[in-house]
Design a protein around this ligand. Structure first.
Ligand code: GLP
Length: 247
């Protein structure tokens, strides 16, 4: 595991974008595992900027997103499909047919989960999986306590996550209670993993994930077992780890 310490959010974003762009340059048809949340926004902005300058080409790139709220249509501004469109896809030359996100409108959970797993398999697996981290150390929507061996599944969100994500909605009641998420197994099968974190709110989750016991109670702790993980985090997110002299 490599840990890159950055001074702030902007430097974290640039470093993460550098790692992703290296992947796209080395393998133009790479399969990018993409994430939502506020953390990756800066990295997406940087990638868009390099694309506009002519330094990056996404015409052959494929993508699979980690998760989607169940019940939300892609046209819903709170959906992750909408987020990806607005914050990344519509600004670059990735082909819409090469982007994949779980279908929030599919009510048959088994069908949607099976479909999404087979999409990932047909793409030949994920070359680099970008991850944020929840305050409770969830990755994707893999909440504490879920089995590590899961593939795409329908998740009941924890109160913690509903509360944290309510900032994007007009009220707590509007936050969907369920989501489709790729599982820890899908994430661990990615050839490379890039986890990004910023701010003191993530310090505890990051410390427990990187230096604590590997347990489903701390979903991101499983990453300790992956052979190609890069962590890019700013000083605030690393504050507990730095304080303990572990870095
Ligand atoms: C959501 C997403 C995660 C993301 C997390 C943290 O729950 N499903 O993929 O990592 O939020 O979000 P943020 O980056 O906004 O802190």
């Amino acid at each position: 595991m490599r840990i890159y310490k950055t001074k702030d959010y902007n430097e974290m974003s640039r470093k993460a974008a550098n790692i992703i762009s290296a992947q796209v340059i080395m393998k133009p048809d790479a399969v990018l595992g993409l994430a939502t949340g506020s953390t990756p926004l800066g990295a997406y902005r940087q990638l868009i900027d390099w694309y506009k300058k002519g330094d990056l080409d996404f015409s052959e790139t494929r993508s699979v997103n980690l998760d989607e709220y169940k019940g939300l249509a892609p046209s819903d501004p709170q959906s992750y499909a909408y987020f990806m469109q607005e914050n990344f896809f519509r600004h670059i030359n990735i082909k819409p047919e090469n982007t994949n996100i779980p279908n929030g409108l599919e009510t048959d959970e088994n069908l949607e989960c099976r479909r999404y797993n087979s999409v990932i398999k047909q793409l030949g697996g994920i070359d680099i999986q970008l991850l944020g981290i929840g305050n409770n150390a969830h990755i994707g929507f893999n909440e504490p306590g879920e089995a590590f061996e899961k593939e795409t599944h329908c998740v009941r969100l924890t109160e913690d996550t509903i509360q944290a994500n309510s900032r994007f909605f007009s009220s707590m009641d509007e936050v969907p209670r369920y989501a489709y998420s790729t599982g820890i197994k899908n994430i661990m099968q990615a050839r490379n993993i890039l986890l990004i974190a910023s701010g003191t709110a993530k310090a505890q989750a990051l410390y427990r994930s990187l230096f604590g016991p590997i347990t489903p109670l701390v979903p991101a702790s499983i990453l300790q077992l992956h052979s190609n993980v890069s962590i890019v985090a700013d000083e605030e997110a690393l504050s507990l780890i730095l304080e303990k002299g572990l870095l």
